[in-house]
Write a protein that binds this ligand. Structure first.
Ligand code: BDP
Length: 707
């Protein structure tokens, strides 16, 4: 159990032999090798062998009883006649029925049939053997992952080893693991992968790499997963040798049309392009005083004849923010850059918006851009890789956070406007929309570097398909599939996971102050001092007396005013702003009273103690599963839980000490700065260890560490 099978283990079901009503053959309505329906058949064989130890035969249409019929609804109807549900099935959707003498798995398209087969197998593997009959349709058409893989094989913000897509400047020769990843993604109904980093290298478009992309797409196609790529805006100049990359220059236009045609010649079903322009050093249309829409439409024209889509990222900001302008607020950037462009994007452009206005923080309000763009298709960008959330060394189950964002009502025109209904295209009647999840899997057998982090990938896929599902419900399905049916295992991992995001928020940065990590590069470990006066923003604005970012219209950066009036009213007022976003929107005295009656500073101290205490219990809870989980995965997780338990203490003491030093306000419980039982390592007799000063100093007690 090295984790490579993830949730597709098809482990033997306890008491499987007592089920006597299982089908014995499969009738496949399209047996062309490499088609998703063919893959579905293979998967059904594999699943039945694993779960029931049963070999299914390949049936013919005459042997209909006790068989599974899998294929598209269309083909089924031609052979077997109409069925009532056919009309309800939408693109990529499927009908699953286990009620009659046959099991029916019928997709609107081939991909849908494969999703239906995976759903059926997931039910069986979980022991959900009751008869069901339902149509399942996707909430949104775009359900993609983004992978931040570089051509040299490294992965930006990846925590599971090198790339499965690239090595040494080229697309990998061996796409076996890419096919396995596509299989994993198809099982959670993801239909596209952007394979390379948003911070791009134009050499991706060399002839050799275009051919390589074809290889990747070939490996993914049997799973209904389409390939897409990130582009470097300056490629016409960097690679094509043109004197310009101005999006309105006809030679640039022709260059992109030409290279796009070359790519489609090799990858006829390419999903499209992802573009990060004019952000964090990436080139873009602003260089030529063109708008971001001019930039996006350039690519939209190139892919249009091929049916491709442009995902244009809203993550555009001027990162030269500094204290000279106290009104500078990166949270305002996306709306400022994009609001006047609403309606100016071509129909096959989707603006891809990070869930919050800043950058994947532990707590952010939903981005106001979702409700500012009414005539533009949008998608939400979520992060599965735990960049700011402990980098897979901390257990943080993110689905509850995603749910809060997706369910948030932006009240556009004072009508229900939940984020999930905006990105599906429904609220503003847009033709496209959906989800992009930054995953960053690597070659490590565990895919993400941590077994427990895989619940986040699983949940991402299922929420993109159906955001109405509950976080806990998804989690428990994942646990059963990943770790089996033991009730104690299910309850313990559920409890650990559901506690983990609040705990992480508590010990890293609460009340909406953001993850108080080292913002300068690593994004790991505490460094509250780094949050202000750097090139990326000024976020905590903490001084001796007060803390928080005043984002009100009245006195602050005006960010609250980017929301619709109904929502803005709530955030503008310190009394009505929820405590968990208080310091996101307001600058208050440390002695300001929260709704709980506690002061801000005391809440800080207490939460950091509570969060770190929970991290200790996560470890104990995991230890209670010894013997109930195979030792390979048990030990792997144990190592991480121990690390988290220790690192949570480092976080707790660093943050508390930092604000105690700054405010000089004592902890009512007398804990902060007072560790009577602690023996500092550097004070001991050091035998082949040396002590050294730690920077930032507050990340080690006594500012010293030993090596
Ligand atoms: C930041 C990451 C950086 C990414 C950037 C992005 O730290 O590595 O390039 O987002 O999303 O969070 O473009």
């Amino acid at each position: 159990e090295d984790g490579s099978a993830a949730w597709l283990r098809y482990a033997p079901l306890p008491h499987a032999s007592s089920y006597n009503f299982l089908p014995s053959s499969i009738i496949t309505l399209n047996s062309t090798k490499g088609s998703p329906v063919y893959t579905a058949q293979q998967e059904l064989h594999r699943g039945f062998r694993g779960i029931f130890g049963k070999t299914l035969s390949n049936g013919s249409s005459r042997s209909r009883s006790e068989s599974i019929i899998v294929g598209t609804a269309h083909v089924y109807q031609k052979s077997y006649g109409e069925f009532d549900e056919a009309e309800e099935i939408e693109e990529d959707g499927y009908f699953l029925s286990t009620e009659g003498p046959q099991v029916l798995i019928l997709g609107q398209n081939e991909r849908g049939a494969l999703y239906g087969a995976f759903d059926y197998l997931s039910r069986l593997a979980q022991g959900k053997l009751d008869a069901v009959s339902y149509v399942s349709n996707p909430h949104a058409s775009i359900r993609w992952t983004n992978e931040w893989d570089n051509l040299d094989g490294s992965i930006e913000r990846g925590y599971a080893g090198p790339s499965i897509f690239f090595e040494n400047g080229f697309v990998t020769d061996n796409a076996t693991r890419v096919a396995k990843y596509a299989r994993l993604l198809a099982s959670i109904r993801i239909n596209g992968i952007i394979v390379n980093n948003v911070n791009t290298n134009e050499m991706l478009l060399s002839p050799q790499n275009i051919d390589g992309l074809g290889r990747l797409a070939d490996a993914m196609r049997p799973y209904g997963v389409q390939l897409g790529i990130s582009l470097n805006f300056a490629s016409p100049q960097l690679l094509g040798g043109l004197g310009t990359f101005d999006p309105l220059d006809p030679t640039v236009d022709a260059w992109w049309a030409n290279i796009t045609n070359q790519i489609y010649a090799r990858v006829p079903d390419m999903a499209g392009y992802l573009v990060k322009a004019n952000s964090e050093g990436q080139p873009g249309p602003l260089t030529y005083n063109r708008t971001l829409a001019d930039g996006a439409n350039l690519f939209a024209r190139a892919v249009k004849p091929h049916g491709g889509i442009i995902m244009f990222r809203a993550f555009v900001y001027d990162h030269h923010l500094n204290e000279s302008n106290w009104k500078a607020d990166r949270a305002n950037a996306a709306v400022e850059f994009f609001q006047d462009l609403d309606g100016k994007f071509d129909d096959n452009v989707v603006v891809q918006i990070k869930y919050g206005p800043i950058d994947f923080q532990v707590r952010e309000p939903a981005s106001p851009l979702f409700s500012s763009l009414r005539n533009t298709s949008t998608a939400i960008e979520l992060q599965v890789t735990q960049e700011y959330l402990g980098q897979q060394s901390h257990l943080v189950c993110i689905a509850p956070m995603w749910k809060e964002i997706l369910e948030f009502d932006l009240k556009a025109d004072n009508r229900s406007s939940k984020v999930k209904d905006i990105v599906s295209g429904e609220r503003f009647r847009r033709p496209l929309g959906g989800f992009a999840g930054v995953v960053n899997v690597g070659t490590n057998a565990t895919w993400l570097g941590s077994h427990l982090a895989m619940s986040n990938l699983y949940a991402y896929g299922l929420l993109a398909w159906d955001p109405a599902l509950g976080a806990e419900e998804i989690l428990q399905d994942w646990i059963r599939l990943t770790f089996g049916h033991d009730q104690k295992v299910i309850e313990t991992i559920t409890d650990m996971s559901m506690k983990s995001w609040p705990a992480y928020e508590n010990y890293t940065g609460n009340l909406g102050i953001q993850t108080l990590m080292d913002v300068l590069y690593s994004h790991f470990g505490p460094n509250p001092a780094s949050m202000d006066n750097n090139g990326w923003g000024m976020w905590t604005r903490a001084d001796k007396f007060s803390i928080g970012m005043d984002r009100t219209v009245k006195n602050g950066t005006g960010n609250a005013g980017q929301y619709s009036p109904e929502v803005a009213k709530v955030f503008e007022n310190v009394e009505t702003t929820p405590d968990n976003l208080l310091l996101w929107f307001h600058h208050v005295n440390y002695m300001h009273s929260l709704k709980s009656g506690k002061t801000v500073i005391q809440h800080f101290y207490d939460s950091h103690y509570e969060g770190a205490a929970t991290a200790q219990t996560l470890l104990r809870q995991w230890e209670s599963l010894k013997g109930k989980i195979d030792s390979e995965r048990y030990e792997h997780v144990l190592f991480r839980q121990k690390f988290q338990a220790g690192h949570a203490l480092v976080w707790r003491d660093s943050i508390n000490q930092f604000y105690y030093n700054l405010s000089e306000i004592k902890d009512e419980a007398g804990r902060v700065g007072n560790h009577p039982y602690r023996i500092e390592a550097e004070k001991m007799t050091l035998d082949s260890y040396k002590s050294y000063g730690v920077n930032p100093f507050h990340a080690a007690s006594g500012a010293q560490a030993i090596v």
